[in-house]
Ligand binder design. Structure first.
Ligand code: FE2
Ligand code: FE2
Length: 334
């Protein structure tokens, strides 16, 4: 929730600060990162009281409210979904909420955190400024906390809904596409760079994913609260990552810059994609006999292939890195 941040710390304000910064050591605008690092103790979710999330005896819980909004299910209008029993639908919505969290946690654990560790370890030249390292390490701390928040939310859901068995979930689509991209290259620097690209996209765009739920009033209040708190941190992360990515990019050689630009649209697409691979197992688990047919119908139907439709963060990366002419991505209508 950016409205909880003081005015001086909103991304827009920071964008303009960058233009006038007087401390451009190492190619990264350290004046922006210095301000972000200084504000962390006041703004970070990890520094606030989260009893409502971590204490199972507090917070609102209404068993009649679904765990996940029906409108976000790709099969919400499918006749076999509409014909299902309330119990089947409730089970699918509970598992959909668990999978929503899984996708967040996978992005933190398999993409962002390994990248932040690499940045701190000096894998990418140009990130050795003191303010850069503070801001990146703070971001890394935040991400570990986000995993914890989402993990606790999942555990509470399993307890309250008495979920004792779940289907095996495939790797999330965002992470699968990273693995596929990594499998196509042979050099370590290429794999490292792919993780950097995926993290850049994730940090600048994750709010669009979190906002799918953060203001939803039809689901359990906790299921909007966790994404809303998470999004508050990510507003600052996007400003950190814009500066870090811009700075690191200037230190890449021409071949590496080309690899970065080539990978960017792949990461952008991976980030906004609907994850069709996860639904058959969930639907079968809930007793839908024609689960594969439902998902196949949705995959073939136009307009169902995107989960995230807010491209503002994605536009921002490409614009701020001055790559608009080079990146092949359909941003849709402004
Ligand atoms: Fe996060
Ligand atoms: Fe983040």
């Amino acid at each position: 929730m950016t409205d909880l941040l003081p005015d001086t710390e909103t991304p827009d304000a920071l964008e303009t600060v960058g233009a006038h910064g007087d401390d451009h050591a190492h190619g990264i605008d350290e004046s922006v990162l210095r301000r972000l690092a200084a504000s962390w103790p006041r703004r970070a979710t990890v520094r606030t009281d989260l009893t409502e999330i971590t204490d199972p005896d507090t917070g609102d819980y209404d068993a009649a409210l679904p765990d996940y909004p029906e409108r976000l299910l790709p099969f919400a209008e499918h006749p076999l979904w509409l014909a299902a029993t309330p119990e089947q639908r409730r089970t699918v919505q509970t598992l959909a909420w668990l999978v929503y969290n899984e996708r967040v946690i996978a992005a933190e654990e398999y993409v962002a955190n390994p990248t932040f560790a690499m940045i701190m370890h000096g894998v990418f030249p140009g990130a050795d400024g003191v303010h850069t390292k503070r801001a990146v390490q703070q971001t890394h701390v935040d991400e570990v906390w986000h995993t914890y928040m989402h993990m606790v939310a999942m555990q509470r859901t399993r307890e309250l809904r008495e979920v004792t068995a779940e289907p095996a979930y495939p790797h999330t689509v965002t992470y699968r596409r990273l693995l596929e991209a990594e499998a196509k290259v042979s050099e370590k620097w290429e794999r490292d760079l792919l993780k950097l690209v995926w993290t850049t996209v994730s940090e600048i765009s994750v709010n669009a994913y979190l906002e799918l739920l953060s203001r939803d009033e039809t689901v359990q209040p906790l299921h909007a609260l966790v994404p809303r708190l998470h999004a508050r941190d990510e507003s600052a992360h996007s400003s950190v990552m814009v500066e870090v990515a811009k700075g690191l990019y200037t230190h890449l050689n021409k071949e590496q810059q080309r690899a970065f630009v080539t990978a960017l649209p792949e990461a952008l697409n991976a980030f906004v994609a609907q994850d069709f691979a996860v639904w058959p197992g969930i639907l079968k688990h809930a007793g839908f006999e024609r689960a594969d047919e439902i998902v196949e119908d949705c995959r073939r139907a136009a307009g169902h292939n995107l989960l995230v439709r807010d491209f503002s963060g994605i536009r921002r990366i490409v614009r701020e890195m001055e790559l608009t002419e080079l990146v092949d991505f359909d941003f849709g209508a402004e």
